[in-house]
Design a protein around this ligand. Structure first.
Ligand code: AMP
Length: 519
């Protein structure tokens, strides 16, 4: 099929040609006609499939007729992370070139003044993280009754990050008569139920089995002891002569340590995680994209969707707690038909997590031997392991895809849950402050109201005084820290209906959940 057969405007076709797209990808071929018809769409597709253009192109087509009024955007796209939001905004700018649409990217971590001015000028496409969306609405800076199209992108990631209550709130304030496009890389039951709630007679579209790894990515495990990981990483980086790679860690403190260590050994490295101020995050990502920095040491905030060409390799410095994350992480390399390599460092304690990955991707992963790395005895191998508990999902061997209980309620990135059910009259401490991913990390209880540098939370650069939710956070944090019996894995009073029956089950998982799990 050709793009010209999809009924898109000449300006859009010209932009696609300039971009070098020859034909629509399967998701585009399937989604575009239905979006143009005004149908709701439920799309099961990962990033990398061309999903963004699948909704962006028909949206541009639809929105190019008409004009936005001040403070009344005509469409909203919710993205889980600021980096993804920025990437989607870039895509809209490229595809919509020549059509004079007003596109606004509004995310947390940046001053609100400029964002408010943008809204006042009128916005056709508003790309936003859920927290910032609610902040702006609650401050009266944005009116939502002119929304024609509502896009929820990366819904399963939103679930992972505890954004579902925010999304439900946003959906409830939007006009009932609207078009909703809902995309998720996987369709576990919780997501399906959510989609049933938000969508009207949607056209269901699915491309690719959700958990396939690209054939262009050669995958390896590297058996290491905890103390050998850095040495192994350096040895592989040197021997393989990689020019650029993502290195994923499970804990942000390891990211900072690893960046320092690599720099000391002469490597060009930068960190990227949700506790960094947004300007630093942008700087790190930009430098990596431009090739000024060779190795980006990051948390799962960079695992999804970042589309950076020419990344030679991905390292899982830690085996991800969640097998899905493995697929997303290694998908950062081997893009657009290029070759890529993925190395996963596996200690004796990671066998179960590794098994979950093998079950999910349905293939064994070959071992890569690092030359010169000492063989460790079993006892040595398990020494100096970090003091954290395994993610609850790793306690259960995850059934193959499509099984009924594939996903337990998401618990990661949330405040450590109490073992008690929530009291109805007590507001969940973190519900309001979990406005975007940065705040999500900042509000974890182990930090006790202070960041690791000992600074008071209120002194952090990101905490714009204008942000009402931020102002409440310290109070919420204090409440959270003293709280022994009220929070329910981050949902609190906002526990969505589809999870209500599982509250007790979630509470019973409480002791197993790491305080240090990060994104
Ligand atoms: P996405 O899944 O939207 O993140 O897109 C993944 C990558 O595919 C991006 O680099 C897009 O620019 C690219 N892409 C999207 N649609 C097409 C197409 N029809 N032909 C070639 N590349 C595409």
């Amino acid at each position: 099929m050709l793009f010209s057969e999809l009924g898109l405007k000449p300006e859009i076709l010209a932009a696609l040609e300039a971009r070098g797209y020859k034909e629509p990808t399967p998701i585009q071929e399937l989604a575009i006609p239905y979006v143009l018809m005004g149908r709701d769409v439920l799309g099961c597709a990962q990033t990398g499939t061309g999903k963004t253009a699948g909704f962006a192109l028909p949206m541009i087509e639809i929105l190019s007729s008409g004009k936005a009024k001040a403070r009344m955007p005509r469409s909203i796209i919710l993205e889980p992370t600021r980096e993804l939001a920025a990437q989607v905004a870039e895509n809209f700018a490229v595809y919509g070139k020549g059509l004079n649409l007003s596109i606004a990217l509004l995310t947390g971590g940046q001053g609100m003044e400029e964002q408010i001015k943008k809204l006042e000028r009128g916005v056709d496409v508003l790309i936003v993280t859920p927290g910032r969306m609610l902040d702006l609405h609650e401050r009266g800076n944005v009116m939502l009754h002119d929304i024609k199209i509502f896009v929820i992108d990366e819904a399963d990631r939103m679930l992972d990050m505890g954004f579902i209550p925010d999304i439900e709130k946003i959906a409830n304030i939007l006009p009932k008569l609207r078009q909703t496009l809902f995309f998720s890389a996987t369709m576990p039951n919780e997501i399906k139920k959510l989609a049933d709630k938000f969508l009207m007679n949607p056209r269901e579209i699915s491309v690719d089995a959700p958990a396939t790894t690209a054939t262009t990515v050669e995958q390896f495990i590297v058996k290491v002891g905890f103390k050998q990981k850095r040495e192994a990483l350096r040895a592989i980086l040197r021997s393989q002569e990689f020019k650029s790679a993502f290195v994923f860690c499970n804990r942000k403190k390891d990211i900072d340590i690893l960046v320092d260590s690599l720099k000391r050994h002469g490597f060009s490295a930068a960190g990227l995680h949700g506790d960094m101020v947004q300007t630093k995050r942008n700087e790190a990502l930009d430098s990596f994209k431009k090739g000024e920095i060779a190795f980006l040491i990051c948390s799962d905030v960079a695992a999804r969707g970042l589309d950076i060409k020419g990344v030679d390799a991905v390292f899982n410095f830690d085996v991800p707690f969640d097998a899905d994350s493995y697929v997303h992480r290694i998908g950062r390399t081997g893009r657009a038909g290029a070759d890529g390599k993925a190395f996963t460092f596996v200690t004796t304690d990671d066998e179960k997590l590794l098994q979950n990955i093998v079950t999910l991707i349905k293939k064994e992963i070959a071992e890569f031997k690092v030359e010169g790395l000492a063989e460790l005895s079993a006892q040595e191998a398990s020494q100096h392991k970090p003091h954290f508990k395994t993610h609850p999902r790793s306690q259960n061997s995850r059934p193959a895809r499509g099984g009924d209980n594939r996903r337990t309620p998401r618990t990661k990135n949330r405040s450590e849950p109490s073992a008690e059910p929530a009291q109805d009259n007590q507001r969940a401490p973190l519900a309001d402050s979990r406005r975007d991913e940065s705040r999500l990390h900042e509000s974890r209880p182990y930090e006790s109201g202070r960041d690791r540098g000992g600074r008071n939370q209120n002194q952090r650069p990101y905490h714009a005084a204008s942000d009402r939710h931020d102002q409440n956070r310290s109070q919420n944090m204090a409440q959270s820290n003293n709280d022994t019996g009220s929070s329910v894995v981050g949902f609190g009073d906002d526990l969505p209906a589809f999870l209500r029956g599982t509250r007790q089950k979630m509470a019973s998982l409480a002791p197993m959940i790491s305080k240090e799990k990060i994104v």
